[in-house]
Ligand binder design. Structure first.
Ligand code: ATP
Length: 254
């Protein structure tokens, strides 16, 4: 089996149109199957990094290769194909609340359909079966016909995971996937991510605010501060005191 899901970030900077530096010369190499947690203060650039990895926004400089292909330069069909490979879940779940769980999950498949077919919701039987399987993997098959708005936050996030799985991705990005969830629900969502990482070998890159969660789930922790990569260690080498520096404000005394 060829391992997929390698990410190579080289010299990546992102300067927003208002002049704010989101990322400052990031170099990062992630191997297939790693579970990387990105930590840092609010505004450090965590979301900016994730959004660059699937080209939700463009970078100002540098290259980002996914399995050797540069996503920052890709366009048209090539970009579409690359994006299928990089799934993402969001802090606010991004579901269509009035639609059923099934429709939300099926929408994860649009990258495989022509625009008009997906616009009319003409998903084939294989994909309907695939949607059921994806929901089964997050233990929500019984919610197939439920409207998304009638689910709890944790359930909505797990529908988000099932939807992302429909892409059959090699890379799974999670942008603060558990903020606002209670500890028990947080564990369910994080366990789902860990299971996909273990069973499917998906490369996971997750932004988290909790150091405890990072320690519990990551195989590697990366720290950002003011757009710079200031920390990068495999979990076995991480020391609790390392976090003091990552979370120190600019004006803090050492
Ligand atoms: N669309 C935008 N336009 C201008 N500046 C932005 C934009 N998005 C983010 N920024 C700025 O870029 C910097 C990095 O933001 P980013 O959202 O990546 O940080 P973060 O580490 O994810 O923070 P949080 O933990 O609060 O989500 C911040 O200074 C932020 O204000």
């Amino acid at each position: 089996m060829v391992s997929k899901g390698a990410i190579q970030v080289e010299g990546v900077s992102k300067i927003y149109s208002n002049g704010v530096v989101g990322l400052d010369n990031i170099n990062l190499s992630i191997k297939p199957g790693e579970f990387v947690v990105v930590i840092g203060l609010s505004g450090a650039g965590k979301s900016t990094l994730l959004r660059a990895l699937n080209r939700l926004h463009d970078v100002t400089a540098g290259t980002i290769k996914i399995d050797g292909d540069d996503i920052t330069k890709a366009s048209g069909k090539k970009l579409r194909n690359m994006r299928r490979n990089v799934a993402m879940i969001f802090q606010n779940y991004n579901l269509v609340k009035r639609s059923t769980v099934a429709k939300n999950v099926l929408s994860g498949r649009v990258g495989y359909y022509s625009t008009w077919r997906s616009a009319f919701g003409l998903f084939n039987k294989d994909d309907q079966n695939r949607a059921a399987k994806s929901l089964e993997r997050v233990n929500l098959l019984d919610k197939y016909y439920t409207r998304a708005r009638d689910l709890s936050g944790g359930q909505q996030q797990r529908v988000g995971i099932a939807r992302a799985l429909m892409q059959e991705p090699a890379v799974f990005l999670a942008d603060e996937p558990v903020s606002g969830l209670d500890p028990k629900t947080t564990k369910l969502v994080m366990d789902d991510l860990k299971r996909l990482n273990d069973e499917d070998g998906l490369t996971v890159v997750a932004n988290l605010h909790s150091v405890d969660l990072a320690m519990a789930y990551a195989t590697r922790i990366v720290g950002l501060k003011a757009g710079k990569l200031v920390y990068d260690k495999p979990i076995g080498e991480v020391q609790e005191e390392d976090f003091t520096e990552i979370y120190a404000e600019a004006g803090d005394k050492k």
